[in-house]
Write a protein that binds this ligand. Structure first.
Ligand code: B1M
Length: 226
């Protein structure tokens, strides 16, 4: 499919991207992502101004009953189309491997866009990421940690009903005698710094960029203390 966005200003290109994401038009969003790159925008700028901004509008209208699950799924699919283009660029790194992270969306929750974004950006920062996907229970987290021996665990939850499960995982780590060996980071739209503290996590990642900074700072400190 051929699209021509050359007559759009940069600002209109991003507005169009938000609109098309809202309407679940994946080929258009893919083409606009490529157009943004061709205009010299960084992957991060395209994410923030186009994809994430569009998904925020979807979130508001979903909450207000203007959009329903099928439309939101189409918007998510369009967002994933753009992310597929950006993924190799965000994960492109010549840096030596900094460390490992196991990450997953907790049990009962199938939201994975934000978690995948965090995973991508962690890879881009030089971490090896073991992405367990969605609906991950404590046993699956524990088994992956035993197998891969990561320095970091990341958990994502987008629902107020699933975020308490983060505590179940952290408590299970304690019961298994593994808690002191791993740095636990939590994130997701309803999660807050206070909640992170209450469930016994080590850090709260407000967004993907902040999460990467926190993970890097922890890994560097860990290395210095050895
Ligand atoms: Co859902 N959904 N959804 N949904 N959905 C929300 C979360 C909701 C807030 C919408 C609303 O009402 N406004 C609401 C939750 C309300 C609540 O709990 N209080 C909601 C609901 C109710 C539901 C269902 C129950 C709807 C239903 O069936 N009746 C259902 C639940 C299914 C389930 O999980 N069991 C449901 C289903 C879905 C879809 C399947 C349709 C789809 C998900 C598709 C997918 O992910 N593959 C979907 C979507 C897309 C959303 C919204 C619109 C967008 C989420 C998103 O992708 N955001 C969302 C509204 C919203 O959040 N505003 C909504 C973009 C993404 C980049 O941001 O995920 O926040 P986010 O990730 C950020 C940060 O939070 C952080 O970094 C990311 C990048 O910067 N972060 C981490 C995230 N995880 C991290 C982990 C870390 C660190 C940082 O670890 C280190």
């Amino acid at each position: 499919m051929d699209f021509d966005f050359s007559d759009l200003s940069d600002e209109d290109l991003f507005l169009q991207m938000q609109d098309d994401l809202y309407d679940g038009l994946r080929p258009e969003v893919v083409a606009q992502t490529n157009e943004g790159l061709a205009r010299g925008y960084t992957p991060q700028e395209i994410l923030d101004k186009g994809l994430v901004a569009g998904m925020e509008i979807v979130g508001v209208d979903f909450r207000d009953g203007i959009l329903f699950v099928p439309e939101v799924l189409m918007a998510a699919n369009a967002m994933k189309g753009g992310m597929e283009i950006l993924r190799p660029l965000l994960t492109e790194t010549g840096a030596e491997q900094l460390g490992k992270m196991v990450i997953g969306t907790v049990k009962g929750d199938i939201h994975d866009i934000g978690k995948n974004l965090v995973a991508m950006m962690m890879e881009g920062a030089g971490l090896e990421v073991i992405n367990l996907g969605i609906n991950v229970d404590a046993d699956m987290f524990i088994a992956a940690i035993r197998e891969h021996k990561p320095e970091l665990l990341g958990m994502s939850a987008l629902l107020t009903t699933t975020m308490p499960y983060m505590k179940v995982v952290i408590d299970t780590l304690g019961e298994e005698g593994m808690r002191d060996d791993i740095y636990v980071m939590v994130g997701g739209a309803p999660v807050t710094a206070n909640f992170a503290k209450d469930v016994g996590a080590d850090a709260y990642g407000r967004d993907a960029a902040v999460s990467v900074d926190i993970a890097k700072a922890y890994l560097l400190k860990r290395r210095q203390n050895r």
